[in-house]
Design a protein around this ligand. Structure first.
Ligand code: PMP
Length: 369
């Protein structure tokens, strides 16, 4: 008997606008092949583990004190990394960090969204954008993509001009469909947007498209580029997301962030992991090559994979996607039913994991496709 278990959600004085909603929920199941949450399949190398351990040991001696509230050293390291990756000069004042890019996105909505305001996104896209909007009481405005899931920049700009949202989300490469958005299309959206344009670049390291960081100079009051160490950096468990923007945007986020939101161990571990960026990011090329192999083999099996610039592939067609998802699970392969009719999403894993996925795909295609 669990104490208080007779009380249900329906008994609580919950906000009316949250009634009937579902929490974000990728199933965490203990299958032998887990290709469902777009993580990097390669565990951190021993040198990185040793460096993180030592860095956390050092800050452990200071745990009676609050951490650096503004995470200045970490933001400096992130500025150096992102500046080098994009070729755009960035300072500490251009960077902000939080516990995963989800927290970064939530802070953006707390500062620039809210009651009486709206956020617009091009669906299907990252399901947390509407969930975070709901949590901050920002009205969600869904806008369409082309039937092949790519973004029509001119149509997107027209929709933004018409709907006048305070926040626009553009995910590039887009999760769960995979395509990146060109700088020209982003520029068209920025020209039309009355508020901020959040370019969610969680998967940017896997893509050859230039980063939206180069648009900050032209649109300093609008462009926010969100990034994460959860994907290419193989640091999902470390929870470190960040953004690049004009310093004034970060001044706005300081108004809503919780004091000391980034723990001393998180800051230290992230800095240690960043020192190994070159080795960690070596896996990006391997994963991109494996992605292209998986796409080719899926085609040979008769599937229609959507072109991807990321570390995952959306594919179909399935008469019943959820039944196909269960069939993969029967083969001990966990992929993702993202709720797009006829489609499933697979994260690119190690070659062995991809082989297991492809073998299951062959069986599924023979049985139920
Ligand atoms: N943005 C996108 C597009 C994502 O796919 C994800 C992770 N699924 C995130 C943001 C959030 O990642 P994290 O909070 O781990 O940085």
């Amino acid at each position: 008997d669990v104490l208080g278990a007779d009380t249900t959600l329906a008994d609580l004085p919950l906000r009316e606008d949250l009634r009937g909603r579902s929490p974000y929920g990728a199933p965490q199941l203990a299958t032998s092949v887990r290709l469902n949450t777009n993580e990097n399949p390669y565990p951190p190398p021993p040198e990185l583990v040793a460096d993180v351990t030592e860095a956390v040991r050092e800050v452990a001696a200071e745990l009676h004190r609050y951490p650096d509230r503004d995470a200045v050293a970490l933001r400096g390291d992130l500025a150096a990394y992102l500046g080098e990756a994009t070729g755009i000069g960035l300072s500490v004042q251009n960077l902000w960090a939080a516990n995963g890019s989800n927290e970064v996105l939530q802070q953006i909505l707390q500062a620039f969204g809210g009651p009486g305001r709206s956020a617009l996104g091009f669906e299907p896209s990252y399901s947390m954008h509407p969930i975070l909007s709901a949590g901050t009481r920002t009205d969600w405005v869904p806008a369409p993509r082309r039937p092949d899931f790519s973004l029509d920049g001119a149509a997107a700009a027209r929709t933004v001009a018409e709907k006048q949202p305070s926040v626009v989300f553009v995910t590039s490469p887009n999760n769960p469909t995979g395509q990146a958005v060109s700088i020209e299309d982003l520029r068209a959206i920025c020209e039309a947007a009355p508020g901020v344009v959040v370019v969610d670049e969680a998967y940017a390291e896997f893509s050859a498209q230039p980063s939206a960081v180069e648009l900050i100079e032209q649109y300093p009051a609008k462009v926010i580029v969100s990034r994460t160490m959860s994907k290419a950096f193989a640091f999902a468990g470390g929870r470190l997301g960040y953004l690049a923007a004009a310093p004034a945007i970060i001044d706005a986020l300081l108004l809503v962030r919780l004091p000391y939101h980034l723990s001393a161990p998180t800051q230290a571990a992230a800095r240690a992991a960043l020192r190994h960026a070159e080795a960690t990011l070596g896996s990006v090329h391997k994963l991109a090559a494996e992605r292209d192999r998986v796409v080719g083999e899926l085609r040979e099996l008769g599937f229609e994979p959507v072109p991807s610039d990321a570390n995952f592939v959306l594919f179909g067609p399935f008469a019943e996607a959820h039944r196909a998802w269960e069939r993969y699970l029967d083969s001990d392969v966990l992929i993702r039913d993202v709720g797009i009719p006829g489609h499933l999403r697979v994260t690119i894993g190690t070659p062995d994991e991809n082989d297991a996925f492809l073998a299951a795909s062959k069986a599924v295609s023979e049985e139920i496709q």
